[in-house]
Design a protein. Structure first.
Length: 97
């Protein structure tokens, strides 16, 4: 069995971005990033819900794309600031295990 942490982390980052846009708790956002970690990832918009309401009914496609872009570039920003990304991946592994 193989466990991948990349899309878990991307999903968490994406949910946080959407939560900020809608001014809700991230725990109310149920959305997933699929595929490969980073640039090759995709948002599963058909299964994305916020408080039981489809994400696409609450925000524009452009807002979803912008949140995804911020998600994909987040690790690079952290690396540029502190040189490595250990905190977020540690959190993700802790949640997986």
């Amino acid at each position: 069995r193989v466990f991948g942490s990349g899309t878990f982390l991307d999903s968490s980052r994406f949910r946080s971005e959407i939560a900020k846009k809608l001014n809700v708790l991230p725990s109310r956002v149920h959305a997933y990033i699929l595929g490969e970690h980073g640039d090759a990832s995709v948002v599963c918009t058909s299964c994305a819900l916020v408080g039981g309401i489809h994400l696409s009914d609450l925000v524009s496609e452009e807002t979803i794309k912008e949140a995804h872009r911020k998600t994909v570039t987040a690790a690079g920003q952290v690396i540029a600031l502190k040189g490595y990304t250990n905190t977020a991946i540690g959190f993700a592994v802790g949640k997986i295990v």
